[in-house]
Unconditional design. Structure first.
Length: 190
């Protein structure tokens, strides 16, 4: 398992956010990988993480989900992976005390490299499906709480996320269409 730090859209390292590349054992039959190992994960990150919920979504091409987060005390750390297809995954730093507050990063997660994204508490998350369909699994460190969920508008002008859209609007839920601007949600950030 290999850990890689990620940089924000402004070129800064984003503290605590990592791309994880698992060790694949491949042969003529296919591959094997250890997708989760508590001890190895904790040693790699240098902290103890407890997951309490697994989430699973499937999306068609051009579906955009997010940018979601839960406010305190229901913030969630997430370990995200795309087990089928390909997504453009985005993390927005909403930790007020962070050097990269208000910055974002993106990474491709797919079923070719089997990479995973570790996103600690204090981030908003969203993704765009790039393949025909995509199946995304993620572990969460806190339970979902509907009353604490917030959505930042996917096309927020302050963030100016470079979504790889090709000549058309993404497919978005009604809830996500009603997302608020980053500035209007500041009171909820950690």
């Amino acid at each position: 398992m290999e850990l890689k730090s990620l940089k924000s859209n402004k070129g800064k390292n984003i503290e605590g956010l990592y791309l994880i590349q698992p060790n694949l054992i491949e042969d003529n039959r296919g591959f094997f990988m250890e997708s989760w190992n508590q001890d190895r994960f904790d040693r790699l990150l240098g902290l103890e993480v407890k997951f309490v919920q697994d989430n699973h979504s499937q999306s068609d091409k051009n579906v955009l989900r997010g940018l979601h987060f839960q406010n305190s005390p229901f913030e969630q750390g997430k370990l995200i992976r795309c087990v089928k297809g390909k997504i453009y995954d985005v993390a927005v730093d909403i930790r007020k005390e962070s050097k990269s507050f208000g910055e974002w990063t993106s990474i491709i997660l797919d079923d070719t490299f089997h990479n995973q994204l570790w996103m600690p508490k204090g981030f908003a998350h969203g993704f765009l499906t790039l393949s025909h369909t995509a199946t995304v699994l993620y572990k969460a460190t806190n339970y979902y709480n509907k009353d604490s969920e917030r959505t930042i508008l996917w096309k927020d002008k302050f963030l100016s996320i470079s979504w790889p859209l090709i000549d058309r609007e993404p497919i978005i839920s009604n809830k996500d269409k009603k997302g608020l601007e980053f500035i209007k949600l500041k009171m909820y950030f950690s």
